[in-house]
Write a protein of this length. Structure first.
Length: 65
C-alpha cells in the first residue's frame, strides 16, 4: 500500500477550495492597496510641507536656510 504524503499537507491546509484561496488573496490585495494609498498620501503631504513657499515657511525648509 502506498501512503500519499500530500494528503497530510492537504488536511492541514486552511484553503480547502480554490474559492477560499481566491477570496483570501483578494482580501490581502485589498488591505495592501489601502495601506499603500494611506502611505502615498502621507509621502505627498510630507513633500509638499518640505518645499512650501516662503510666505508660510515650514519647519523643514526654515531649518536649511
Amino acid at each position: 500500500m502506498i501512503m500519499n504524503q500530500g494528503s497530510v499537507i492537504y488536511e492541514m491546509n486552511i484553503f480547502k477550495t480554490k474559492e477560499i484561496m481566491f477570496v483570501f488573496l483578494n482580501f490581502v490585495i485589498m488591505i495592501f492597496s489601502i495601506v499603500f494609498l494611506f502611505f502615498q498620501a502621507f509621502i505627498y503631504r510630507f513633500i509638499i510641507l518640505l518645499f512650501k513657499p516662503q510666505k508660510y515657511p515650514s519647519i523643514f525648509s526654515s531649518f536649511f536656510l
